[in-house]
Design a protein around this ligand. Structure first.
Ligand code: DAT
Ligand code: MG
Length: 150
């Protein structure tokens, strides 16, 4: 089963939108298998956003993600990566359709509330940055047959 890393970034935590983000992913049917509140430091921010190090927005992005606590979660489903990113919307909230987290709750790219891994490989790498293996739990949900056929 695929897993993906979802972050509620400092803007989402400060705005009291943690429950809203969790609720949307829960209602979609994804399974929550790991969760923590943490203060991201410079080193973790650098590893998490390493692919963006040469981009002009990198410094601002690292300053923002380290500015206040973040909620990190691991969500599981078949195609969890794509499902979570669909539920989040486009990177730029102003281009995200209504019905998505960013489209309903955000205005600007630098305060887009959430992070979602962009591939299965990225998800494995990013989950490893935020969670020890024992912090990601395997458990059964009795409602799963009412969400998926297999
Ligand atoms: P995503 O978070 O949708 O995967 P990304 O990986 O391209 O988007 O970029 C990571 C974060 O960096 C993104 O959530 C917000 C910020 N960002 C991206 N492009 C930006 C830009 N042009 N200006 C300011 N911030 C940007
Ligand atoms: Mg990305």
């Amino acid at each position: 089963m695929e897993q993906t890393l979802v972050l509620v970034k400092p803007d989402g935590v400060q705005r009291g939108l943690v429950g809203e983000v969790i609720s949307r992913l829960e209602r979609r049917g994804l399974k929550l298998v790991g969760m923590k509140l943490l203060q991201i430091d410079e080193a973790l921010a650098g590893r998490h956003y390493a692919e963006h190090i040469d981009r002009p927005f990198y410094r601002g992005l690292v300053d923002f993600i380290t500015s206040s606590p973040t909620v990190a979660m691991v969500w599981e489903a078949e195609n969890a990566v794509i499902l979570a990113r669909q539920t989040m919307g486009e990177t730029d909230p102003s281009k995200s359709p209504p019905g998505t987290i960013r489209g309903d709750l955000g205005i600007t790219i630098g305060r887009n509330l959430v992070h979602g891994s962009d591939s299965s490989e990225s998800a494995k790498r990013e989950i490893g940055l935020f969670f020890q293996p024992r912090e990601v739990l395997a458990y059964e949900r009795n409602l799963d047959p009412w969400i998926t056929e297999s």
